[in-house]
Design a protein around this ligand. Structure first.
Ligand SMILES: C[S@@+](CC[C@H](N)C(=O)[O-])C[C@H]1O[C@@H](n2cnc3c(N)ncnc32)[C@H](O)[C@@H]1O
Length: 270
């Protein structure tokens, strides 16, 4: 289905550190979504494109002690860090598997399939959702969170933000992804046959705090693909990153992450 090798954000240790901040910024919004899924002891849950496993761990906590959470990703470094961390934290109902979304076609094994910030990078998100559903038991829940990058803003707007906005859009689109996929998710779910679909929109934003670091960090972490696509020079990238970081330190500026669409629904029994 051609969904591999499209991830534009740096992986490995640097990518993991960015995800750690993203996880803290998204913590309350994702926790609120998970609460609505009514995860209970004993459920088997899958977190596709789990990164460092921040949400996988939270899901595991909610379904313990009988339930389990499995996180899958294609980034071996992030998975290794995630495995070390769950060991250190003595969480024993989590498993991390190296697996590309394109390659997973096991028998239905899960009561809940969850994925955050993955579909935006894929050229065939509908095929990905269909493969999620193949892993879901009848009556199971699919829950997705993904971005609508068009909802990004800063106040007041500065040229560096606009340059970042254009570069991010360009590199994601160039690899077949959809930076605004959040808008489409409810209809994708409906077309894939899910029922009782619910939708919510969140957008962590602030005058201060870690939420203001993410635009600069994302810009830094797409450097490799921006350079590969010859969309900007290293000097230009450094300037944009520097200006976004400087802007973030001013408590009279407003900055946040893109709008995030949360969608969840149930796979019919028959
Ligand atoms: C933006 S990160 C989000 C990570 C995690 N879901 C979170 O919210 O913290 C997207 C993750 O998807 C993974 N990924 C990208 N393409 C993938 C694919 N084809 N199959 C599985 N994982 C993939 C990346 O390695 C990365 O860890």
């Amino acid at each position: 289905m051609g969904n591999t090798k499209q991830y534009v954000i740096r992986g490995g240790i640097q990518g993991r550190e960015r995800l750690r901040i993203l996880a803290r910024v998204m913590h309350d919004s994702t926790a609120s979504l998970l609460s609505q899924l009514e995860l209970t002891d004993g459920l088997a849950c899958l977190d596709v494109g789990c990164g460092g496993g921040d949400v996988t761990r939270e899901i595991a906590r909610r379904v313990a002690p009988q339930g389990k959470a499995v996180g899958t990703d294609i980034d071996t470094t992030k998975l290794a860090i995630a495995r070390e961390e769950v060991q250190e934290e003595h969480i024993d109902n989590v498993e991390f598997r190296l697996s590309d979304i394109c390659e997973v076609f096991g028998a239905p094994e899960f009561d809940v399939v969850y994925s955050r910030f993955l579909l935006t990078h894929l050229s065939d998100p509908v095929a990905a959702v269909k493969s999620f559903l193949r892993q879901l038991r009848p009556g199971g829940i699919l829950a997705l969170e993904d971005i609508d990058f068009s909802g990004s803003f800063t106040y007041p707007e500065i040229p560096a933000f606009r340059k970042f906005y254009d570069l991010y859009n360009a590199v994601v689109r160039c690899r077949g992804g959809d930076p605004n996929i959040g808008q489409r998710l409810p209809v994708i779910m409906k077309d894939c046959g899910l029922e009782a679909i619910r939708v919510s929109v969140v957008q962590p934003t602030g005058l201060t705090g870690e939420v203001k670091l993410l635009n600069g960090l994302t810009m830094e972490n797409i450097t490799d693909v921006v350079l590969a696509d010859q969309l900007a020079t290293q000097e230009e990238i450094d300037e944009i990153v520097g200006e976004l970081k400087e802007y973030a330190t001013d408590d009279r500026t407003v900055m946040g992450i893109p709008r995030v669409v949360q969608v969840w629904g149930r796979l019919p029994f028959a």
